[in-house]
Design a protein around this ligand. Structure first.
Ligand code: FE2
Length: 293
């Protein structure tokens, strides 16, 4: 696949860190117009209380309104298992199209079964405004962006590249953080290695923006690195690490990880493009499949 790489375009990137889920949300602005996109928004959830609020999303909305920006896209790099998307809330306030990888259908099929969703739950991605295939391009103002298919963490993961900035989703973490887990249904460590190599085949000076950072070894939270830095220093794939090393390491590590706190609500909401499911009376309601995941 020949991707539409153009590192001469330098988008303005502003980051919002969500402390509750260690997620970084980005506003990506075209330097030559007022147009922008949001990548991986967060809806606040107090799962113990069954309560949803919008502090994080309101901060994004406020920034966009204060700067007088026009929101073209609300992008999901994948169906997150650790936080809920605020895409519908943001779209209602600011417009923009919600986009995700076309393999969302695989996720909807898998988790449609696990959550025993009825026939009213469509498994064709129609909850989203746009479904991206590998290499598909789209515009943010005058900037051309493209989606790169990067399965492994999940079957629907995509890295989004805009000029000299790539948004890695959950493929790779900061060099001292390594990589994302591959043990969710449909995940595959070998596929993730191949996807990471695809990302690292972008130009060395490409800026890479993480979806998560956990501040390993007590360091301050960071989210920006470069392809060159990852190739040299990433603790899971950098230097002379082989595919086999990676698969062995990743598989062993994943077996020891506990499930993300918000996986049950996140999947049900995110596979619906951020919409909360409803019960037979139309009230927002979530399920907990026992021993289902
Ligand atoms: Fe994820």
């Amino acid at each position: 696949m020949a991707y539409a790489v153009d590192i001469s375009v330098k988008p303005e990137v502003s980051a919002h860190f969500d402390e509750a889920t260690n997620t970084i949300t980005y506003i990506v602005k075209d330097p030559s117009s007022d147009h922008c996109a949001i990548i991986d928004s967060v809806m606040d959830m107090d799962y113990a209380a069954g309560r949803i609020t919008y502090e994080a999303a309101d901060a994004l909305i406020e920034e966009i309104q204060t700067r007088g920006l026009i929101l073209d896209w609300i992008i999901e790099t994948h169906v997150h298992a650790d936080h809920l998307s605020a895409a519908p809330y943001i779209q209602q306030k600011l417009g923009g199209k919600v986009g995700v990888g076309e393999k969302i259908m695989v996720i909807q099929e898998t988790f449609g079964k696990i959550f025993n969703e009825g026939t009213e739950f469509q498994r064709d991605g129609s909850q989203f405004d746009a479904l991206f295939k590998d290499g598909d391009t789209y515009m943010i103002g005058n900037m051309q962006a493209f989606a790169m298919y990067t399965p492994g963490h999940t079957p629907a993961c995509m890295v989004h590249v805009v000029g000299n900035a790539a948004f890695s989703g959950d493929t790779i973490f900061m060099p001292d953080g390594g990589s994302a887990r591959c043990d969710f249904p449909g995940g595959d460590a070998g596929e993730l290695y191949d996807s990471i190599m695809k990302v690292l085949s972008l130009p060395d000076e490409m800026r890479l923006f993480m979806c998560h950072d956990y501040g390993p070894n007590g360091r301050a939270i960071k989210w920006e690195t470069t392809v060159g830095e990852q190739k040299a220093n990433n603790i899971h794939v950098g230097g002379d690490k082989t595919r086999e090393d990676f698969v062995n390491f990743r598989t062993t590590r994943d077996a020891q990880l506990s499930m993300p706190k918000l996986i049950i609500p996140s999947l049900q909401v995110n596979m619906r493009a951020g919409k909360v499911p409803t019960d037979q009376d139309g009230n927002p309601m979530l399920k907990v499949p026992i021993n289902g995941i």
